[in-house]
Design a binder for this molecule. Structure first.
Ligand SMILES: [Zn+2]
Length: 212
């Protein structure tokens, strides 16, 4: 079961104190989604994986810790404040803001994950337009990361993200590219399943449990 504990945490940027909730343990039921989104039980704790300071708008997995390379001026940029002022789901917004800060310090892999988590939150509140935009952004950052780094698991995740935003062409070409380099049997099955879904123009969420 999941147990949540409350405590007070201080924003590392402005010193504002905030009540936060800690996740003590998490159980997951059922298989994860193809983009590694955890099953329902663990997913409901997504809200506790991000902290946002209402006072200075700093956002991080933990607001008492400073993102390496962070500078206060980042919180004052027009791009950042435009997101702050958006009328969207608060948890998703906090992930997006944190993603912005991570991209500002060139941590593109983390930035991509923050945007992907924002997409999961949007999915859960049926905000599909913003979910799609967040997925596009996550791909943008993952691609920047993958340009200089080899990461097979992340590339396989990207296949699923492309498919979920109806970019079947890129999904199939990336899947074939990964397959051509040789992958383990189970991953090969995942990629072939993805190609099949793309051929059927299927953008729905699927889990790894569907793979034989
Ligand atoms: Zn603050």
């Amino acid at each position: 079961m999941t147990r949540l504990d409350q405590r007070i945490q201080k924003c590392v940027v402005c010193g504002t104190e905030k009540k936060v909730i800690d996740i003590m343990s998490t159980s997951s039921f059922g298989p994860m989604d193809l983009d590694t989104r955890p099953p329902m039980m663990a997913r409901s704790t997504l809200i506790n994986q991000i902290q946002y300071c209402e006072n200075c708008h700093y956002s991080n997995n933990n607001i008492s810790s400073k993102i390496r390379g962070f500078n206060k001026v980042m919180l004052a940029s027009k791009e950042y404040l435009d997101i702050v002022n958006k009328d969207i789901n608060k948890t998703a917004k906090a992930f997006i803001l944190s993603g912005q800060l991570k991209s500002n310090v060139y941590d593109y892999k983390d930035a991509g994950f923050q945007y992907l988590k924002a997409a999961w939150v949007f999915d859960d509140v049926f905000d599909y337009k913003n979910a799609k935009d967040a997925r596009k952004k996550s791909l943008e950052y993952f691609n920047l990361y993958l340009k200089d780094n080899y990461d097979q698991n992340l590339s396989i995740m990207c296949v699923d993200i492309y498919r979920r935003i109806s970019d079947f062409k890129n999904a199939i070409s990336l899947a074939n590219n990964i397959l051509s380099k040789g992958v383990k049997e189970f991953l090969e099955k995942i990629l072939n399943f993805q190609i099949e879904l793309c051929n059927n123009k299927d953008i729905e969420c699927h889990t790894v449990g569907e793979i034989e």
